[in-house]
Design a protein around this ligand. Sequence first.
Ligand SMILES: [Zn+2]
Length: 448
Amino acid sequence: MRLQTEWQDLAVGLLKDLIRIDTSNPPGNEEPACEVAAEALAAHGVEPRLFRPAPGRANLTARVRGDGSLPPLLLAAHLDVVPAEPAAWTHPPFSAAEADGCIWGRGALDMKHMAAMATAVLCRLGRERPAMRRDVILALVADEEVGMELGSRWLVDHEPDEVRAGVALGEIGGISMGLAGRRLYPLQVAEKGIAWLLLTAHGAAGHGSIPDPESATVRLARAVAALGETPLPPHPTPAARAFAAAALDALRPGLRIAAPLLAGDAGARLLRRAGRKSAIGRAVGAMLANTAAPTCLRAGSSTNVIPAEATAEVDGRTLPGQTAGDLVREVRAIVGDGVEIAVRQEAPPVSAPLDHPFVSLARRVLAAHDAEGRLVPALTPGFTDAKSWSRLGAACYGFTPVRLPEGFPAFSTLIHGVDERIPIEGFRWGVGVLADLVESWAAQEHAP
Ligand SMILES: [Zn+2]
């Protein structure tokens, strides 16, 4: 018990220190944050390595060795955060203020909490040296918020042996959410791919005094409006089906039988149509279909000149099992032939097995720490460092355990928003869950 408290205290201290280092990206400035973690690790007999891909930017790796008979476990967290506008915050975003039972600050949930708890877990392994069948690796990385180039992607490209693992544990799951009085803990098993598109419309240039219904601007506007208003067809994935089943089961066990219907094609269509106007409905919709959100529009430079070209950037996201080509076909069916569609940037979706022994272990460990909590598989529509770790063959799961008290704002409204904060009790609880999960998995026999 005394030890448990010691490691929780260490994690709380690390979290505050990390929040106080402004790692807003751009510019990032993750190096001093790496140094905070490095110092703690070294003090507990774990030798960290720092990699500096650019001035001020750094990635840290550290490893506690097992007997090597099973593939390593990677614990991963990004150290950069999105910018914060201090004027809007109750407590300054880089102060790590302690108030109302919470630690406040940018990165408290996205995701310096995981950096702190994973570092504390490595420190504990370093000090106690339990018998382990696999190495446990820590990777604290730069640059996740703007595309991973100097962080996880850099490590995978330049130092793959540092981070190669059988299972990689990172964001976004593990933070409890309330649903009809039940406490659900999402376990992220999949994330969507990226397929950023450019739509281009051409037309005759001309004088603004003589309107043309087929001008580039008008054609592009028609395409963008159609794309914004028409849902893409559903493709229920195993992750979405499992989420629907588990959520229904948590709500009312008898309803579980309806889950396959709900996550099937017709059900998915219905759900999406019903939910398009609410935030939660749109979030569920994004789990069930590819999406294409028009974002940046460009045309013309003068009010009285009709331009010959107009373009729209479209943030496209693809489900596991879908390609950028599939998305282009779906977008084409909506916008017609009047605009060109080009893929500007793409990254494939990521998904990990639902029936992996790591998932069963996570379920058992969670049950031991929160008898009323339930683990539910989930798919995130965003991207995470799992995009990189999966390239080295890791099964990537998102689980950074935090127990939020009843009535606490939803995780999704706090990250990237104002007043990001983490309840201290729920964070300390999470350190215990992560420590158990890591130690059990590292010691486990007969597991891949
Ligand atoms: Zn994040």
